[in-house]
Structures are given as C-alpha cells and as structure tokens.
Design a protein around this ligand. Sequence first.
Ligand SMILES: Cc1cc2nc3c(=O)[nH]c(=O)nc-3n(C[C@H](O)[C@H](O)[C@H](O)COP(=O)(O)O)c2cc1C
Ligand code: SF4
Length: 416
Amino acid sequence: MGKMALQSTVRRKNKMKQGNNLSMPLSRTLKIGGLEAKNRFCIQPMECGNGDLKGGFTKDTLRRYEDLFRGGAGVVVMESVTLQYESRAREHQLLLDVEDLHNRKMWESFVKEMKAKYPDPIFIVQLNHSGELSDTAFSKRVCVKPRKDWGGELLDSAYVDKTIEKFAEAAKFLYEIGCDGVDLKFCHGYLGTQILRPYNDRIWKYGGSWENRSRFAFDMCEKVSKAVNTSKFLIGAKVSLYEGMAGGQGHAGADSKQLNLEETFALCRGLEERGASFFIETLGNAETADWQLMCPNKNTSENVYRHMAMAQNLKRGLRPETTVICGGLSLLAEGRFNENHQISAEKNGLLHWGNYCIEKGSFDMIALGRQSFADPFLPKKYLEGVEKDINWCLCCDGCGGLLAQQKPVECVIYNK
Ligand SMILES: Cc1cc2nc3c(=O)[nH]c(=O)nc-3n(C[C@H](O)[C@H](O)[C@H](O)COP(=O)(O)O)c2cc1C
Ligand code: SF4
C-alpha cells in the first residue's frame, strides 16, 4: 500500500474510533439544577498553591485552568479559594476578596475569558475558610474548640455570622461575573467540618447540639440561595461523609471514633432542602493520619470502594434529581492496582467503574482529583475513544507532598 493510501486508512480508522465512547454512560449529559453538564466527568477542586503573595492568579494558575477547560469535563470545580486572607492553610492559596477592586477585576477577566473561549463546562468555585488548619507561619489560626497539638484563637459567634455573610457575598459576585456555581466546603477538616464535628461540643450559637453545629452550613446555604435566587447558579457542597478521627464529622460523639452517618446524611438532606443541587462525596481529612482515607493509595486500595459505597448510600438518601459525584477514585486508573484477582484489571479500572455505577444509578458523576493533575485531558481522550493516550495517575502522593511543603503543586511524574 502506498504511503498516501496508508495514511488515509489510518485517518479513516481513527475517525471511526473517534466517538466510540459517546454512547457510554460517562458520556451522557446530566441536568444539574437549571444547567446541563455535557458529560459525567467532574474535575475535583485541587489546591495548587501557585497564587502570588496577594492570592492573585499566576501564569501557572491560568495555564492549569485553561488545560482543565479544554480537557472536556462536564464540570470543573475550582480549587479551595479563601475569603479570609488572614487565615489560610497555604501561603500561596488563591483569594477572593469582593471588597478589593483589583481582586474583583482579576476574577472578572479570568471568568470572562474562560467562558468566552470554553462555554461548555459548568464552572464552579469552591469557597473555604481554613479555621484551625490555618498555618501559623504566615496566618492566624482560629478554632471552634482547641484541639491538642493544634490550638488557635477561639472563634465567637459574631465572627462566624460575618463569615456566612462573606460566603453569600462571594457567591453573588461569582454569579454576577458569569460563574455557574459554588461548592461550599464541609469536608477535610477545614472550618465547615470543624463546626459540624461532634467534637465541637462547646455550648455556643454554632456548637453543642446538632441544631447549633448545623447552623453554619444551613444558614450559609439559605443566605447563598437568597443572594443568588436562580436555578442557573448551582449551590452544592463537598462533604466528608466521615473523617476517620475520634470526634470527627460522621462519628458517634465528641470522643468517639465509631461511625455514625446520621448527621452527615441529615446535613446533605438539609442542604438539599435549602437549595443545594449537587454533592461531591469525600472521606477523611487533610491531617496526615486520615489523608489516605481521602486519597487512597495502593496500600489502602479498599478505601476506593468505601468512597463508592458512601456515594451510593448518599444517592439513595437524596431526591432523585440531586446530583451525587463520587470522589477518591484516581487509584483505579486502568486497573493497574487491581487486587481482586477474581476480576480482570480492565473491569476494575476507573472508566469501567464509572460507566458501571452510573448505569446502575449508584451515583451520577465521577470526580477526577489527582488524575486531573496527571492528565487534565482524560475526559476529552475518553470521549474521542483514545484511552490509550491517557496518562494514568500512579497515586504516588508526590503532588500531595508538594502541597504539604507549601510548594506549587503539579504532577511530579508527568510534568517533570
Ligand atoms: C494536592 C492536592 C490538593 C487538593 N486540594 C483540594 C481542594 O482544594 N479542595 C478539596 O476539596 N479537596 C482537595 N484535595 C482532595 C481532592 O479533591 C480529592 O478529594 C482527593 O484527591 C481524592 O480524589 P482522587 O482519588 O481522585 O485524587 C486535594 C488533594 C490533593 C492531593
Ligand atoms: S504526582 Fe503522583 S499522585 Fe500526583 S498526579 Fe502525579 S502520579 Fe498522581
């Protein structure tokens, strides 16, 4: 066969292969609130610690989001953004300050440019306050009830009231500049979690009884819903169904490590009643001991199936139209870490499980965390039927190590 004929055959075959996955469950559209996601891939919020010292976007920040917008996912959730510069966990964390004209302009032009170039992905921003995880080397540590080895200045109700107002103002601003939603962070041990934990048994407006501990989350959701009263702007939350530590979110009492999911399910139902249309399932927290519950690696692969089970249970407990997004799946990759020798590796990979669980109705979308560092273009490659080109995350924890060291985060394997 001549060179030209061969090239045309290859092109024809590639063309035939393209779109091969468009009929798969992961490729289906999904209604979330008043919006439509083009497929079932959601990019997790992943802090990159690459802002400038005023919390502004750098070239690295912009490059990362441009890749993610181009990468084909139906939903892109922007990393944890602080609204309080004085209390943050990462020195180079991104800041959203609606009172600062320069900061507003930076956000405005970023969202305008991304939306003009890439109108398809639903773009959501994760809003956060670090609370006791704020690093004392460069910011103020505040807490709801001091913990051994952590401590921090005790918060009062007026401060928390103000924090809720700030979240609502930030959401309104993001709506006005063209974002599609907010992810209110109630996970991984940050302030939202700290308030919700049974450990917060100090009797105050936001502590003690469940009614008091859930007030922060519920009031915030109500205020955001009121500030942005349209189904075209999504309100959702990333929730640690349980943290894995005594007294943590999803545990039975202030000193107990026993699981009790009643409160975390009540949290999600309560948020749903107040306007939340999506939830990102997660487990564990950012403290070293519980990191692997959040980010399973090959020594803790059973945690992946815990994520799937939790997402499925959450889905069953909520309204059918509420979107549940399962996290903690990167380890599955192409089945490389398959420990179940009864099934073949390809039946234990990320794409297989994503399709299977969506088809069964166990959850609605899969979230890509570390996998989105390893390959921001995974959704596009899958939709186009070129899975062979995907760079699979090795779950080596290299990116997590950079975050812990306060260094700019990237994949240390594929971005060498
Ligand atoms: C470097 C790094 C940064 C992260 N930043 C955030 C963040 O900003 N917000 C958040 O909710 N979770 C954050 N996470 C947790 C991930 O979003 C996700 O829940 C976790 O990595 C598990 O998903 P995976 O198995 O797909 O990686 C981070 C994790 C890592 C490793
Ligand atoms: S550094 Fe390791 S864990 Fe992080 S994205 Fe790359 S391969 Fe995955």
